[in-house]
Design a protein around this ligand. Sequence first.
Ligand SMILES: Nc1ncnc2c1ncn2[C@@H]1O[C@H](COP(=O)(O)OP(=O)(O)OP(=O)(O)O)[C@@H](O)[C@H]1O
Length: 193
Amino acid sequence: MTTSKLSRPIVISGPSGTGKSTLLKKLFAEYPDKFGFSVSNTTRQPRAGERDGIDYHFTTVEDFKKAINENSFIEWAQFSGNYYGTSIKAVKDVVETGKICLLDIDMQGVKSVKKTDLNARYLFVGPPSIDTLRERLVGRGTETEESIEKRISAASAELEYSKTGAHDKIIINDDLDRAYKEFKEFILEGSDA
Ligand SMILES: Nc1ncnc2c1ncn2[C@@H]1O[C@H](COP(=O)(O)OP(=O)(O)OP(=O)(O)O)[C@@H](O)[C@H]1O
């Protein structure tokens, strides 16, 4: 019998607009079956075609609150009256499938994962400068001016945190191809790829 080594989850963080989604998209295009994302919990009603345990773990408000109290979530939030969260168990479930579990979360999420037994690896994607970050957020065309300012001020805290040694690897996304090479190498390191 061959026992394949399970891969440690990888936590990807960095300021909004720094290029995480762009890098992840390239990675999935190159390796369509290698990665898994945790299934989130939600208290909202399933939409047509959504399957419990696949699209979301659909839960009652009571069960969700109980899980919050039991510290079962890495992060959770309330949007338009519904709760959403990523549980520690959902990450473990992906790891058990043999895929590499990727988590794209903010600084609070990183701190939260560090308190768990997930034994994750931490990757930080930084911008070449705050000015470049602002240009990218403006260029993406998805944010209002107010939202851009919010993201820029959150970026300073993220950048400060990246200087504390909390991450295993820091990648500056200046040249996309070079950044992608480093991104891919770090993520595949430690897997059987
Ligand atoms: N190396 C790069 N050089 C120039 N532009 C880039 C680079 N990487 C990404 N971009 C552009 O910057 C913008 C922000 O990138 P992206 O949406 O991937 O950021 P993100 O970190 O995923 O943000 P969020 O956390 O808000 O989802 C996009 O318009 C993207 O095309």
